[in-house]
Write a protein that binds this ligand. Sequence first.
Ligand code: AR6
Length: 173
Amino acid sequence: MKEIQINNKTIRVTKGDITDRDVDAIVNAANSYLQHGGGVALAIVKKGGDIIQQESDKIGFCPVGSAVITSGGKLKARFVIHTVGPKMGEGDEENKLASAIKSVLTLAHSKGLNSISVPAISTGIYGFPKDRCARILIRETKQFFNENPNTTLKLVEFCLFDDETYRYFEKDL
Ligand code: AR6
């Protein structure tokens, strides 16, 4: 675990399973149809329960680079923020990933949340390089805290599943 402070806000990197995190919202790396059939999405629905998929079905669609919110079901987290990162090869991936994390931060703030935990969006099934993901997510979060000193967000945590991804995030922080 490692953390830094910006304007009395914390950015943290930690290793582990995001479905265990005790924060206001965990972030899901979803697809646009919000069908949570693999990766971290499946783990979240398995532990949180079918209510998360049912609420996602009511929302129906989330464009790449945007974010939507459902309840957290049986998770410790009260909410799940679903964001859709780019698939490697579809084009303009870096800007889309930056847009995804910005959408997450803006939505969390607009809901008055204090703490969120975020996975390495797009670096699994979607094939985006882990080192570039770390750079973009950390850069955009620092920028958000610098530009929004009065945000309700006090903690943005990155919860990384494997050692290699953790090391990239730790280095960038
Ligand atoms: N906790 C934290 N991180 C995890 C966990 C976990 N329990 N499980 C996996 N990861 P992925 P994507 C990491 O594939 O690339 C799904 O099917 C994983 O090691 O979940 O954005 C969706 O429904 C990787 O670093 O998301 C979409 O169809 C990161 O989470 C598609 O995959 C993201 O991997 C989205 O692909």
